[in-house]
Design a protein around this ligand. Structure first.
Ligand code: SF4
Length: 270
């Protein structure tokens, strides 16, 4: 079982990338589970054709975790992909990883954590105090950073590198970085900048996803691009990403950049 996690700043297009990656992997005949962990709980929405599925945390809050069945938390979406939303904090209240911990515990107890690929879509923002939990508990073994060339999203990616590096010193932790995915914001020198960032942290740019209106069109039609426009060039890009991620066996422990160096690097590409 491959356990992959996509991390990145909120609003960077992580859920779109995750859902399309899951859809493309499932088209290869693989058994996929996608677990979203984000207070917005919209990770699996396009796989579920627009349906908001209940979150594990909401269910646990409402009635404790003993009476919850698999059918109440695991929902079949596009191509049979099993979709789960961990949920997140109530507004104004911290979460500190509770959503994902409750989810792991419940799924394990229900024997529901299986498949060829389990893909975690985790918000890697500092607002999410517990974002390193899947790595720390060895649920996420291969981490992919989703970033654009914008400084704020590179900061977030660099922070996640710090978490991976720190955790790698613990003998129990098995997570490493599989690569960087550039989800384009359409800014000058972006591919080169994100490529240079990936090299500087000791990794590589595994995919460059150009901005394409088809993503929006698919989304308003409540589908992934893979489902809505399978013959589009964008669908091909997601399929290549799926292939590269699935075949990838080159993992590294990243070396995070100093903030000054990161800012200087960004300056070179404006
Ligand atoms: S803190 Fe962790 S569990 Fe809570 S919403 Fe953020 S990523 Fe999910």
């Amino acid at each position: 079982m491959k356990q992959i996690a996509l991390y990145g700043k909120g609003g960077i297009g992580k859920s779109t990338t995750s859902a399309n990656l899951s859809a493309a992997l499932s088209d290869r005949g693989l058994d996929i589970m996608q677990i979203g962990c984000d207070p917005k709980h919209d990770s699996t929405r396009m796989l579920m054709h627009g349906t908001w599925i209940p979150t594990v945390l909401d269910l646990v809050r409402a009635r404790g975790d003993t009476a919850i069945s698999v059918e109440e938390v695991v929902f079949r979406g596009y191509n049979g992909i099993r979709c789960v939303e961990a949920g997140g904090p109530e507004p104004g209240v911290g979460c500190a990883g509770r959503g994902i911990i409750a989810t792991f515990q419940l799924l394990e107890r229900l024997d529901a954590l299986y498949g060829d690929v389990v893909l975690y879509d985790v918000l890697g923002d500092v607002v999410c105090g517990g974002f390193a939990m899947p790595m720390r508990e060895s649920y996420a073994r291969e981490v992919y950073l989703v970033t654009s060339g914008e400084l704020m999203s590179l900061y977030a990616a660099n922070n996640i590198c710090k978490a991976i590096q720190r955790l790698s010193r613990r003998s129990r932790c098995t997570c490493a970085l599989g690569g960087v995915i550039c989800n384009s914001a359409n800014i000058t020198g972006e591919k080169e900048l994100v490529g240079a960032f990936a090299r500087r942290i000791g990794s590589r740019l595994i995919s460059y996803i150009p901005r394409d209106n088809i993503v929006r069109v698919a989304e308003v039609n409540k589908q992934t691009v893979i489902e809505y426009a399978p013959d589009s060039p964008q669908a091909d890009i997601y399929r290549h990403l799926a292939e590269d991620v699935f075949e990838n066996d080159s993992m590294t422990i990243p070396i995070p950049m100093e903030t000054d160096d990161l800012e200087n690097l960004a300056l070179e590409y404006v």
